[in-house]
Design a protein around this ligand. Sequence first.
Ligand code: ADP
Ligand code: MG
Length: 263
Amino acid sequence: MTRILAIANQKGGVAKTTTTASVGAALAAQDLSVLVVDLDPQGCLTFSLGHDPDQITASVHDVLIGAEDITDVLLDTDDQVTLLPATIDLAGAEALLLMRPGREYALKRALAEVSQDYDVVLIDCPPSLGVLTLNGLTAADEVAIPLQCETLAHRGVGQLLRTVTEVQQITNPELKILGTVATLFDARTTHSRDVLADVADRYDMPVLNPPIPRTVRFAEASASGASVMRGRKNKGATAYRELAENLREYWGGAELATYELTE
Ligand code: ADP
Ligand code: MG
C-alpha cells in the first residue's frame, strides 16, 4: 500500500524541504521506492536533488493544470528518489487553479496515475496556506509539521491546524496528523525542549522521534545541490535516517515512536 505524506507548515525556513529530501533519500536507501513532489514555486527541493529549475521544461505546474501527463514530467535523481519537479511557473498555478472546479484535487488526481508504483510519496508544501498546500493536504494520507525549535515556533500552528481541520471536513476526511518534526534542535540547551513541550502541550500533538539537530552540513548541502544524505557522516543525516526508519516501521504496523518531553 502506498503511503502519501505531506510535509507542511506555512512558515518558511522550518526545514520542510530538507526534511522531504532527507527522509526521501533515507527511505530510498532502505530499498523503498520513493516519489517526492516539489509544490513550492521556489523549486528548492528540485534544486537540492540536483536539477536546476531554470533548465526544466515541464513541471508539476503543467501537471496540475492538465497540460502534461505526470509520467512525462517525472525525473530521476542521484538520491534514488523520483522527483516531480517545480519551477517558478508554479507561482502562476494558484491563479489558474482558482478558476477551476475541483481545484483542490488536481494533485490527487495526477498522483492516482502513478502512486501504485511507489511505496512512499512525500509532498513538500510551499510556505503558504493557499491552493497549492490545499492540493498537498488533499492528496495526502498523513501530514507532518516541521517546527523550528525557537521562541514563537508555535505561531501559525493554530492556523495550520484549522486548515487541516477544514481539509478533513471538506476534501479529505481521511487525512491524519502524524505530529511535528522538531528541526534545528539544540540538545545542549533546555530552550529547544521547552519550545517543544509548549507546542506539544498547546496543540496536543506528538513530537516524532528523533528531533533533528542543527548541523552546518545542511546549509552547505542545500547550497550545492547535493543531498546531505550522500555526504560525509553527520548527526543531522543520522537523525533523518532514524526518523525514516521510525516512519517505515510505523507504516509496517508498529507504534509511532515519539520523543519523550517529560523528564
Ligand atoms: P523550508 O522548506 O521550511 O523553507 P528549508 O528546508 O529550505 O526550509 O531550510 C531552511 C534553511 O535551513 C536552509 O538553508 C537549510 O539548509 C537550513 N537547515 C535545514 N535543516 C537544518 C539543520 N538541521 N541544521 C542546519 N541548517 C538546517
Ligand atoms: Mg521549502
